[in-house]
Ligand binder design. Structure first.
Ligand SMILES: [Fe+2]
Ligand SMILES: [Fe+2]
Length: 233
């Protein structure tokens, strides 16, 4: 008589039985991309950008901050408690992740204030630009540090401990929290993370974020600059 092999399931294709975290990776990708772009964009600003570009950048950054805050809220009230209940808070570095979320709140507030000062014509431009640049660099660093722990420690545990069905239920709770207004920004924001070969197949209407000087006029991350049609992938 044969006995069940307790490790038998390990031979099954794990991708078929594990939660699909594509959405959260897309969010992390967009956060990382824009943190990099904020640094590059602020370094590129000129005093004349106090009309047009900097106000647009402030508007865009507020939307970015909302996406980051929403994502952290979903993790704080849905995903992290579910994982902690399975594996324990210590194993998933809950306290570290929670502290990083709070630190990121502070980094967002600092950069928001620095951008407002940078756009104020009553302040010295050079000093305000340096302060905004340092705030953007700090935000980028904190995002990178946070995602290293989250993706390196919590995600592998999540994939092992949370079933596909449980993940679908958690995702449904998160989707129920969303607003239409948030989605109208979020969907194209995430779409920018799709690799160039995919956007090429998806047609020319896909937004894109070029390297170097940013030209995505709808984002406010740069001066509106027309991109020659023939230059699109
Ligand atoms: Fe996250
Ligand atoms: Fe997080």
């Amino acid at each position: 008589m044969s006995h069940p092999n307790p490790t038998a399931t390990s031979t099954a294709p794990r991708s078929a039985e594990r939660p699909n975290l594509a959405m959260v990776f897309a969010i992390h990708g967009a956060l990382t991309r824009d943190a990099d772009l904020m640094v590059a964009c602020i370094a590129d600003l000129q005093p004349q950008d106090r009309v047009g570009r900097i106000p647009a950048l402030c508007t865009y950054f507020a939307k970015f901050a909302t996406q980051l805050e929403n994502h952290h809220h979903h993790e704080d009230v849905v995903f992290f408690p579910a994982l902690s209940a399975k594996v324990g808070a210590g194993a998933m570095a809950f306290d570290v992740l929670d502290a990083q979320h709070h630190a990121l709140d502070g980094a967002i507030a600092t950069l928001t204030s620095a951008l407002q000062t940078l756009g104020d014509p009553r302040t010295g431009f050079v000093c305000a630009q340096q302060a905004a640049l340092e705030a953007a660099q700090a935000l980028r660093t904190r995002i990178g540090e946070h995602l290293t722990i989250e993706e390196g420690v919590a995600f592998p545990l999540y994939l092992d401990a949370i079933s596909v069905t449980e993940h679908a239920e958690l995702e449904a709770r998160v989707q129920a929290m969303g607003t239409f207004e948030d989605l109208t920004f979020m969907i194209p924001w995430l779409f920018d993370t799709i690799p160039a070969p995919v956007t090429r197949r998806g047609g020319r209407r896909a937004a894109r974020v070029p390297t170097g000087r940013v030209r995505r006029s709808s984002s406010g991350l740069s001066q509106p600059q027309p991109v020659p049609d023939g230059a699109r992938p």
